[in-house]
Design a protein around this ligand. Structure first.
Ligand code: FSX
Ligand code: SF4
Ligand code: F3S
Length: 365
């Protein structure tokens, strides 16, 4: 582990050049969404501040969040883990296991009390004293409370951690809840998504490590920089939506031509995330690009939607530039008008297409 080293000290110890250090700082500046002018501040912080100590816990989850994180490309997950943060405990990624490892957990939460960032994946099952998720022979809820007590900041990584997630789907037999329903009083940030975008996780941790505070959050506790826009607002299929060109089924000509997936259930107009901008695998793809509508996996309660393939009934069509802070107010007023207008647009466009496909003489009214 790289404790008590700054990023610059670590680079020097490894014989890496000042130039590669500065390039890394420039990359971090971009990742944090800061102006290039802020790069000098990032360099100064990276020269002085010790690498952040991170304790990473796993609760009730599918481990897809880790799978996503391990595919981080810019920066590479290996660079994050080996060069940018000091992961002192991760019961999934660590080669160590068993009693010595759990003893190590107890030692580090004492040694770094008040200093470490606690990253948590998964929800917290409470039924029957938490026995539905055991870690090192103890209920996860117990481990979480111990770790949270000394955390400088907590990152709820993934929709399970942030909202309860699939484990809390009705009727929620394990009584699973979100992390922030159990631990409070500390700086907490939500990075929802099932799974979330890995680079967002790295950006949140690095922001706290370099500047001693979380990035600006929205009213739900999510970083505005990454959750400020709807999927719909950055979707490359958006011109088809605006033109009323929709796939009606997953096997029709519209679907094959890459038209908008709104009518086959896309939740993009009601979902806040950066998937359209950042994507996975160095910008390679994301659900909509692979032909499936957004299921709103970063939204609270998405798992209880039993109509994934039904057209979203109320969407704020007019609120194309709404952000997560204003959407509540905007949506109430325009949703109905928006859907009506949208329905009309669809009909007009369909009629136009039908006319264009007919011979000239049949087009005359
Ligand atoms: Fe949940 Fe993550 Fe979905 Fe899975 O850790 S957000 S079920 S991708 O694994 O917690
Ligand atoms: Fe893209 Fe979905 Fe919006 Fe269509 S409804 S433009 S597929 S986000
Ligand atoms: Fe999830 Fe929708 Fe993005 S399903 S991964 S929020 S496109």
């Amino acid at each position: 582990m790289q404790t008590n080293n700054s990023l610059w000290e670590l680079f020097q110890k490894r014989g890496l050049s000042r130039r590669s250090f500065l390039k890394t700082c420039a990359m971090i500046t971009g990742l944090l969404g800061l102006s290039p002018l802020k790069c000098t501040e990032v360099v100064a912080a990276a020269e002085e501040k010790n690498l952040p100590v991170v304790i990473w816990l796993h609760g009730h989850e599918c481990t897809g969040c880790d799978e996503s994180f391990l595919r981080s490309q810019t920066p590479l997950a290996s660079d994050v883990i080996l060069n940018m943060i000091s992961v002192e405990y991760d019961d999934c990624l660590s080669a160590a296991a068993g009693e010595p490892f759990e003893q190590h957990f107890k030692e580090i939460i004492e040694k770094y009390a008040g200093q470490y960032i606690l990253a948590v994946e998964g929800g917290v099952p409470l039924a029957e004293n938490g026995i539905y998720c055991m870690v090192g022979g103890r209920p996860f809820v117990t481990v979480l409370k111990e770790a949270a007590a000394g955390a400088a900041a907590i990152v709820e990584y993934g929709s399970c951690s942030a909202w309860g997630g699939i484990q809390s789907a009705k009727p929620n037999p394990t009584n699973t809840v979100a992390v922030s329903q159990i631990v409070g009083g500390t700086t907490i940030v939500k990075v929802p998504g099932c799974p979330p975008i890995p680079e967002v996780m790295t950006a949140v941790i690095m922001h706290f490590a370099l500047f001693g505070q979380l990035p600006p959050l929205d009213t739900s506790g999510r970083p505005k920089q990454f959750y400020g826009n709807r999927i719909h607002d950055t979707c490359y299929r958006r011109p088809f939506f605006d033109s009323g060109m929709f796939a009606e089924r997953f096997d029709d000509a519209g679907a094959k031509a890459g038209w908008c997936l709104y009518k086959v259930g896309c939740r993009g107009p009601a979902t806040y995330n950066s998937c359209g901008n950042m994507r996975w695998w160095n910008g390679l793809s994301y659900p909509i690009q692979s032909g499936h509508g957004c299921i709103g996996c970063s939204n609270n309660g998405f798992w209880d939607n039993d109509q994934f393939y039904e057209r979203l009934p109320n969407i704020p069509i007019s609120a194309t530039i709404a952000n997560a802070d204003t959407i509540g107010a905007v949506a109430t007023g325009v949703a109905v008008a928006g859907v009506v207008a949208h329905g009309a647009l669809s009909v007009v466009e369909k009629y136009k297409r039908q006319r264009q496909s007919k011979p000239e003489e049949e087009r005359r009214p």
